[in-house]
Design a binder for this molecule. Structure first.
Ligand code: PRP
Length: 185
């Protein structure tokens, strides 16, 4: 595997800026859900790094669960709009305040699908917290209640977002130089 330094075009959001913003989001969520029961739902796999950091800044008692969906074909870099649920929740969300935690909203197909599906399970409330919003790419409007950053239409990786499943561990969001990045064999 290549070292990311071989193909990084720029750091879009550095570690310090991410930390600061996530702390703010945690505070805002804690205020909004004061005296309310809360369930955070992480959309795997991209959302996991964000959720783990965010929940440590949420001071109200809350439960967590995860679900997995796939919206991109293997090896593809565009959303197909073709969503599959590959892992369902372990929690009954009926009458619960649900906050979905996503790493990025791109076309909006994934969130639209998840919201529609979860609404049929009758939560008390259903909101969305997305770290990154690539609004230029939106094909379906989606409500984002808590937004970390609006970002330009650049191919990003790190902090949960992968390049062919790697580099999710990087503590910052970076832009890839696709001319230098070698697709793993
Ligand atoms: C990414 C991201 C969102 C979705 C956003 O997931 O985590 O779930 O794409 O795209 P959309 O708005 O165009 O639907 P991906 O399918 O790459 O899976 P991953 O989280 O496991 O990397």
């Amino acid at each position: 595997m290549q070292d990311y330094k071989e193909f990084i075009a720029e750091t879009l959001i550095n570690e310090k800026t991410l930390k600061r913003r996530i702390k703010e989001l945690g505070k805002q969520i804690s205020r909004d859900y004061a005296n309310e029961d809360l369930l955070l739902i992480c959309i795997l796999r991209g959302g996991i790094v964000f959720m783990v950091d965010l929940m440590r800044h949420i001071t109200v008692p809350h439960a967590v669960d995860c679900m997995a969906l796939t919206s991109y074909g293997v090896g593809a870099r565009e959303s197909s709009g073709n969503i599959r649920m590959s892992l369902d929740l372990q929690t009954n969300i009926e009458n619960k305040n649900v906050l979905l935690v996503e790493d990025i909203v791109d076309s909006g197909h994934t969130l639209t699908h998840v919201l529609e599906m979860l609404r049929t399970r009758h939560p008390k409330s259903l909101k969305v917290c997305a770290l990154l919003d690539k609004e230029e790419r939106r094909e379906i409007p989606v409500p984002i209640d808590y937004r970390g950053f609006s970002i330009p239409n650049k191919f990003v990786f790190g902090y949960g977002l992968d390049l062919d499943e790697y580099y999710r561990n990087l503590p910052f969001i970076a832009v890839v130089d696709l001319k230098k990045y070698k697709h793993p064999a």
